[in-house]
Design a binder for this molecule. Sequence first.
Ligand SMILES: Nc1ncnc2c1ncn2[C@@H]1O[C@H](COP(=O)(O)OP(=O)(O)OP(=O)(O)O)[C@@H](O)[C@H]1O
Length: 421
Amino acid sequence: GQTSSGKTFTMNGSGADPGIIPLAVRDIFDTAAEAADRVFLIRVSYMEIYNEEINDLLTLGSEKLPIHESLERGVYVSGLREEIVNNAEQVLQLLELGEANRHFGETNMNVRSSRSHTIFRMVIESSAKHQTNSGDAIRVSILNLVDLAGSERIPKTGADGVRLKEGKHINKSLMILGNVINKLSENGKQRGHIPYRDSKLTRILQSALGGNAKTSIICTAAPEEIHIEETRGTLQFASRAKCVSNCAQVNEILTDAALLKRQKLEIEELRKKLQGSHSEDLEQLILKQRNDMHKSELERDRLAMELEEERRLRETLEHRLAKQKMSQNHNNTDISVEQFADSSQLDVLKTPDSKRTPDGFVASRSHYLKDAEFCPIPENLGSVADEDLWMQLNKGCITDLDMLEMTSDFKCPPSPEDTTA
Ligand SMILES: Nc1ncnc2c1ncn2[C@@H]1O[C@H](COP(=O)(O)OP(=O)(O)OP(=O)(O)O)[C@@H](O)[C@H]1O
């Protein structure tokens, strides 16, 4: 608002009618007292920007403090005194001290015109009294209560000399504040560069204007018609400022211990999630491996049974061969087993067509020895061999009798029917 429209009065008020600053201070301490589960540390500072220079209002004779910027603290005024306070009264006393140090000047429009912008700052830190799952996080809030010097028309204020110089600085910084607000109120992509650095006021209030902050602006206007231009300008500024939208979040600072504790919790949660997501896959894998193992066991049992069967068969045959050999040794006229050295002949022992007798073996198979050389018919038998007699003479060594019929020496006796005919 223009000069003498009531900005300082709105912020400070009077004894009987306290302004925003004393009301806010009391409110903060009341709220802190209600939050029984948290401990608070509150610090205050009070500065003014006079002729584009920063003065500490809580330190007598302090002038021209520089602005610095760091990753940890952001933009800050170096060397500014910060007082730790425990109650509202303490703060109000400091405010009084600051007011006494502030630059005021008499103009045609205001006998006690603010010739500087002031920033009263409260830094409120809090942490949980008792340790919680979220660790020892410290919440940090900063409350800036700003009283601007009023814009002024030089002819109206009648400023000259020092007042004129002050007025120029005031107007310039207010114009830059207007530019910053205009830029911030533009659509995100069209915003472009925001000229925070063009004035100390906007630089210090950078985070409060367009950063992680909630900002309230009170505009004051003089009702007289003569000030209509200034009132119009004030209202234009207000309508632009309404378009700025910020996104405020809770600021937390973590101590090393709190950070470690949080990270441990996060790791634990992630581990649980990881186990949960893999358990189904693992179960399926285990099930498949069990099935495979079971199949392998069945196959192994089957092979073992086959092997056992083979072994038993082999033993039986070896046993028979041994017996047959002994039998052959006792009867030289019998066919010797050695005659069957040819493996193809030995194979007949396994053929299903073999006529099995406990002590005998099959001498031949028709498809192995087509001429039946294996079974010379004994001389005393003549041309016809009776099956029983053949077996008797051969001591159990029987041959394929069907094959005998095909030998050249074998003459089949005529059947009784044929003889009768
Ligand atoms: N609401 C109000 N009730 C009573 N007095 C008021 C009110 N608003 C302003 N005043 C009085 O008007 C005068 C000018 O007010 P104030 O100094 O607050 O104006 P300002 O906008 O801060 O001016 P400047 O920009 O020049 O500092 C003061 O004497 C103040 O006490």
